[in-house]
Design a protein around this ligand. Structure first.
Ligand code: SAH
Length: 345
């Protein structure tokens, strides 16, 4: 079976031509897939012969809802989607004044091993395909009946550890015949894979890079994030500088505030020193408590923010959405796995 949802308009055009169809059918097929059809039968303006070929040779299986939770507080919706191989991933839809933003997963599980994160507890099972990345946006939009204007690659998984599929996804979701979501409306969050940051910089895309920093010094960061044990924060900041030089895009640093671990005045001072003179934005996130972890949310978020701002560093505290529905990544999947143990490798 050919994974049609992972294919570009040009590839679908060639695919149709190879099957004796005119070139314009490729774009039509792409449009239908972007609208979230799950069978060839629904593609009513395609000839019967082509629909039969799609049925026979193409894989256009939809995501199916394993669980869905709607926040009573703010309307945030969290989906646990089942993929065609039985694995599950999470997608979160959040409403903001500027539109609907969807937070999507990039892998089934995660290999990065961050101490505070629920997504990595069972390790990485596999990468998502470009079509599965795209399907999260398509089927969330379809089910919720809300047009999606922004995408954040901040769900389960490390996007730069699945570089090629993520890059392909960006092309698909950005295409005018498809969802047509502009690069400036897309954010990609990474734990700091240097080679990936450099590769992305070379592409010169206008998306927003978010770096999950969580600590300004090697001692604290390496204790929390195994990825730091290789090259350390100096190399990470150097890569961020290169990224800014190439793209001109301000980098956003994520900083989950953990009680007694990374939230002291000493940490704030070290962070300010690292970011001084750079074009950066710090997003302070009160740690979400993860059942399997002893780490606790900080109670010094406001003081930390003030200390940064005094030093001229822009810092905001992230508004928490969907706190009543396990909306932070990895938690719903863990819960479902514990209850059903049905996940297959
Ligand atoms: N692998 C990517 C994207 C997925 S994680 C990355 O590391 O950026 C999305 C964000 O949630 C990251 O900033 C991650 O560090 C953060 N995060 C993970 N667990 C968290 C928790 N328990 N509380 C607050 N933020 C958390």
């Amino acid at each position: 079976m050919t994974d049609l949802r992972s294919m570009t308009v040009e590839e679908l055009t060639a695919w149709c031509k190879d099957r004796g169809q005119p070139a314009f059918r490729g774009k039509q097929l792409f449009q239908w897939l972007s609208r979230g059809v799950s069978s060839a039968e629904e593609m009513t303006d395609l000839p019967k012969a082509l629909r039969a070929v799609i049925d026979e040779e193409g894989d256009i299986s939809p995501l199916t809802i394993e669980r869905k939770q709607v926040s009573k507080l703010d309307g945030t919706i969290k989906y646990l989607w089942k993929l065609s191989d039985g694995n599950c991933i999470e997608t979160v839809l959040m409403g903001y004044h500027h539109g609907n933003s969807v937070c999507i997963s990039s892998q089934v599980g995660c290999a990065m091993g961050c101490a505070f994160c629920a997504s990595t507890i069972g390790g990485k099972v596999r990468d998502l395909t470009a079509g599965e990345l795209l399907a999260q946006v398509i089927f969330t939009q379809k089910d919720a009946g809300r047009p999606i204007s922004n995408i954040v690659l901040m769900g389960i998984g490390e996007p730069l550890d699945n570089y090629d599929n993520v890059r392909r996804f960006l092309t698909l979701v950005n295409h005018p015949a498809g969802l047509n979501i502009g690069m400036r409306h897309i954010s990609l969050s990474t734990c700091g894979l240097i080679r990936g940051i450099d590769r992305l910089a070379e592409e010169g895309l206008q998306l927003t890079l978010s770096v999950s920093l969580h600590a300004p010094d090697d001692e604290t960061r390496s204790a929390l994030m195994p990825v730091n044990r290789g090259k350390g924060v100096a190399a990470l900041f150097a890569a961020c500088r290169r990224y800014f030089e190439k793209t001109g895009r301000r980098i956003s640093y994520e900083y989950a505030m953990i009680d007694g671990v990374n939230d002291t005045p000493r940490h704030a001072e070290a962070l300010a020193r690292q970011l001084e003179g750079t074009v950066a934005h710090v997003n302070l996130i009160p740690l979400n408590h993860v059942a399997e972890s002893p780490l606790k949310p900080s109670t010094h978020v406001a003081a930390f923010q003030r200390q940064l701002e005094k030093r001229g560093i822009t810092a905001t505290v992230r508004r928490r959405l969907g706190s009543d529905i396990d909306a932070s990544c990895g938690q719903l999947r863990r819960k479902a796995m514990g209850e059903s143990r049905s996940e297959r490798r």
